[in-house]
Structures are given as C-alpha cells and as structure tokens.
Design a protein around this ligand. Structure first.
Ligand SMILES: [Zn+2]
Length: 150
C-alpha cells in the first residue's frame, strides 16, 4: 500500500510549468529521461517507481499488469496525471495518432497484445483500460460494441 507520507513526499518533487501545465520532476531522472521516485511503503520498505507511474496510481488508478503509462505531452519528466494515459507497448511504439480510424486500428492491436501478454484474471481490467484510452475519440456506439467483448 502507498502511504500518505509517500504521497506528501512525491508532491514536493515537481514544479508546475504554467505554460504547458506539465509537472516537471525535479528529483532523480533515469538515463532514458523519466523521473524516479522511492516511495516508502506501509511496511517501511522503499519501493522504486517511475515517477509518472506513481502519479498515475495515486491520482487515477492502479495500472493493470502489462500496461504502460504514456505521456500525451511527450515530456518524460512530466508527472501531471492529466497528461498521462494508459496504453500498451503497441501505443508506445506507434506514438499518439489522431484519427478515429487510426485509434480503432490501434485498439484492435492493443486487444491482441493484451490477450497475448496478460494473465486471464487481469485481462478484463486491461481491456477496460484500453477502452478508457479510446473514450475521448470514438462514439458511444463504438464503445458499446467493444464493451460487448468484455
Ligand atoms: Zn505534461
């Protein structure tokens, strides 16, 4: 469990860029440019997180097994939960695309990826997350069609 202390500590380690809205991480950075955060857990142990993943977990929700947290702002140092979306390895490789057709195609790829890469008991949750990523771009009709797959 993530403690309130760890959350409070996290909140001291970024500065908000008021032009972009990015919360730029000011503590440790990995060689590939992502923030790192050592969170003190309930049992006293320190768990190391990618800072943006920690942010997603405390402000949005638990990240399903196998899913990645991607930056819509393209700024790896950013930990603003509103700039973060969950996606699969496929999204990360393809970057963010804009048209509905592209998004749907990507969603189909994601479904395949999820089915190949997650254990059965995590699959529904992972698919629901993939749907959440799509929600901003597709119609309710499309979502209902996909929801039937759950
Ligand atoms: Zn950002």
């Amino acid at each position: 469990m993530i403690t309130d202390d760890a959350k409070a500590n996290f909140e001291k380690k970024y500065v908000v860029n008021r032009f972009t809205g990015c919360w730029n991480w000011t503590a440790g950075i990995t060689s590939d440019g992502y923030g790192v955060f050592g969170a003190k857990m309930e049992d006293g142990a320190i768990k190391t997180y990618r800072a943006h993943r920690f942010s997603f977990e405390i402000y949005k929700s638990e990240i399903p097994e196998g899913m990645m947290v991607l930056h819509e702002c393209d700024n790896r140092k950013c930990v603003n939960p509103d700039h973060l979306i969950v996606g699969s390895h496929v999204d990360n490789m393809n970057g963010v695309s804009s048209s509905i057709a592209e998004q749907e195609e990507k969603f189909q790829d994601n479904l395949k990826w999820i089915i190949d890469n997650t254990r059965l008991n995590n699959r529904k949750k992972a698919i629901r997350f993939a749907l959440m990523v799509l929600r901003s771009v597709v119609s309710t009709e499309h979502l209902q069609r996909y929801a039937q797959m759950l």
